[in-house]
Design a protein. Structure first.
Length: 140
């Protein structure tokens, strides 16, 4: 098994409970709620876009979380910065993609995938192994 010294989190600017999901949906309909990561992974599809469902597991063990599912240190770090993709390494937590860079993906998962992998490579100085065969448990 390959030991990966980095963890990656994609954190939605929405809560994962039923009330949170419905609140986000109604907010989106009114134009009061916005989450570029939600648009990228789900759009209007409650089970997620096909491209996201098929590709999400192969992105360096990227762990997808709603804001209310974050462990406390991550929650404190991302306060006021969601949605975001965060990298954790031996030096701490770092924003890899902020709300603006996620919005530039315009809901296109392949654009997100290319941008995410390019930023990972830049941040760690080399390419990450394909983690499709690794479980999330190995990254926690």
């Amino acid at each position: 098994m390959t030991v990966v010294p980095h963890k990656f989190f994609a954190i939605y600017n929405a809560d994962g409970s039923i009330a949170g999901e419905l609140g986000y949906l109604f907010g989106k309909l009114r134009g009061a709620a916005q989450c570029a990561l939600c648009d990228l992974s789900h759009g209007w599809n409650p089970i997620g876009r096909k491209s996201w469902r098929q590709g999400k597991d192969g992105l360096c063990g990227l762990i997808w979380l709603h804001r209310d599912e974050q462990p406390e240190p991550l929650k404190a770090f991302t306060e006021g910065q969601l949605p975001a993709v965060v990298m954790e390494d031996e030096t701490g937590l770092h924003i890899l993609m902020d709300a603006d860079s996620l919005a530039q993906c315009a809901g296109d998962f392949s654009h997100f995938e290319k941008e995410f992998l390019a930023r990972v490579e830049l941040a760690i100085g080399g390419s990450m192994p394909d983690s499709r065969s690794l479980s999330d448990k190995e990254f926690k």
